[in-house]
Design a protein around this ligand. Structure first.
Ligand code: 5GP
Length: 142
């Protein structure tokens, strides 16, 4: 049987405001914030507020609002960083590489010839995350 959702996971804490994050977007159903160990400049996580571990146990009603915001953020990061493309990733359970058990989608701006950095690799400086978040907020606002 699949494991139960744990409301103590780090993204649940971020959603409740118990842990700080660089939020770039929020609506009734979805929040987007900067990944603290980005695999590329502007790596953003798009997270539904509804609790589920991942795609395997999520309410199907979650996906419309979630992927609407994934598209908004993908368009915004491409513009904000003048990227050549955007990689979308989503992991389910440890065997797939998932490390935080609250459903989320990775949105990573891509540049010709620049490989992705390792998943959950190095922490980015807070000031760099803040600057990148500002660029994304500006792109989302226009
Ligand atoms: P997963 O492996 O579950 O698909 O991705 C989890 C992501 O969350 C990783 O890319 C990792 O860098 C990021 N992450 C882990 N802890 C934190 C945190 O405390 N804050 C933020 N903003 N991102 C985190």
């Amino acid at each position: 049987m699949a494991e139960a959702y744990d409301p103590g996971n780090i993204f649940a804490k971020i959603l409740r405001g118990e842990i700080p994050s660089q939020r770039v977007y929020e609506d009734d159903a979805v929040v987007a914030f900067m990944d603290v160990m980005p695999q590329g400049t502007g790596h953003t996580l798009v997270v539904p507020k509804a609790p589920s571990r991942n795609i395997l146990d999520a309410d199907p009603a979650t996906f419309g609002p979630l992927f609407g915001v994934v598209q908004k953020v993908a368009v915004a990061v491409k513009k904000a960083f003048d990227a050549d493309g955007v990689t979308i990733m989503q992991f389910n359970e440890p065997a797939s590489g998932q490390t935080v058990y609250h459903l989320h989608v990775h949105v990573v701006p891509r540049f010709e010839g620049v490989p992705l950095k390792p998943h959950s690799g190095q922490m980015e400086k807070p000031e760099v995350l803040a600057e990148n978040a500002n660029k994304i907020r500006a792109a989302l606002g226009s």
